[in-house]
Write a protein that binds this ligand. Sequence first.
Ligand code: TRP
Length: 457
Amino acid sequence: MNKNHTTQHGSWSSGWAFVLAATGSAVGLGNIWKFPYITGENGGGAFVLVYLVCIAVIGIPIMMAEVLLGRRGRATPINAMRTLIVEASASRFWKIIGWMGMIAGFLILSYYSVIAGWALSYVTKSALGEFSGASAEFVGATFDELVSSPLSLLFWHTLFMFMTMFVVARGVEHGLEKAVRFLMPALFILLIVMVGYSLNSGGFAQGASFLFSPDFSKLSWTGVLIAMGHAFFTLSLGMGAIMMYGAYLPPQASIAKTSFLIAGADTLVALLAGIAIFPIVFANNLQPGVGPGLIFNTLPIAFGAMPGGVFFGTLFFILLVFAAWSSAISLIEPMVTWLVENRDQSRFKASLIAGVLTWALGLGTVFSFNLIADVKMYDSTFFDLLDFLTSNIMLPLGGLLIAIFAGWLLPHIMSLDELNLDTRAYSLWRFLVRYVTPIAVLVVFVNVTKIYKIFGF
Ligand code: TRP
């Protein structure tokens, strides 16, 4: 295996620490906020099926490719690519993987932070008992009131960006990484409690059938693109975040096993969130397709009705904030490390610069829910368009480039050496990254007319 490379960042003590950090990045708002609402908007079962297939045949192989490139390149994505380009005698064009990733992370965090702000505000609402015994109408009105107030959203967004900058400035290994060890299992257990509640909510059968019986007449090509984009988003793929963590993976740890573990945990959390939420939707005659407010319109109803709801509700939103926090760090870290390594900034200053820029762009998302909610480009608000461009175009495109680089350009012997798999498993991985990912991404892109509109042809 690759023992010649030493890292400037030290190594994780074991593969296990890498799994925790990467799971901290993967599990976040994507699983609990985004997965349910896009599933609701895209008709349910068929969408879920496409998403699961994408995780299996695109997500896991691309995750393995990112980890292997990261471990081989031993640096931040942009600098790792520089090393790998030399090793593969490839064109300097491929540095675009690092660049695009850094930009995608910045764009995603700008709205991710606004949504994490909603979760922060729901910590206080739950703790104050606002939802005790609340009706669906009251819960819905509470959410509408929050998002229609630019000042509230601005406040919570600012607070969340501060939290992110704080951790990134001190270096990720202090504290938060350790906290994730306890908080992830806690989130998991709490989701199981909520699934238990949903089982008895009266909407379980309908919720389960919405999620798991596919009806392909309800799924458009745009829906397929959103499912595929989400496979990248939820696993933190396509922008070099996992590559960055891969740089810390010890040489003896198995890339395939760790990737399966991370993807498995991530998928389980998303499915549990779906199983907890949709029964509440149907039991209260709500619409599955209400959009980004879905979890905020449903879960408080359950907390308001269950015994110990103030405690469970507060704890849930706290855990959601932590999950978002550990994901936010991986979105901004490539930019911060790049500023440190290539622009000679101190870590503190780099975090400040990256954080302030991200915060400023986030204002667009803050106002897209109120002041400029009616300003539509390509039928989308600012937030929707930013999400579409990043999740559904930049991440799959990044994944496509990573697949081509790892599958076609990196010498065969290097990926074989890094992955250290038996011949059949290796051939399967290579087939998936060389053919399946690039073809799938292109076929889906070609069929989505919104992409033609945005790019003007
Ligand atoms: N995966 C995270 C979530 O589901 C979000 C995230 C963190 C991300 N880092 C990323 C998405 C890198 C894309 C790329 O909430």
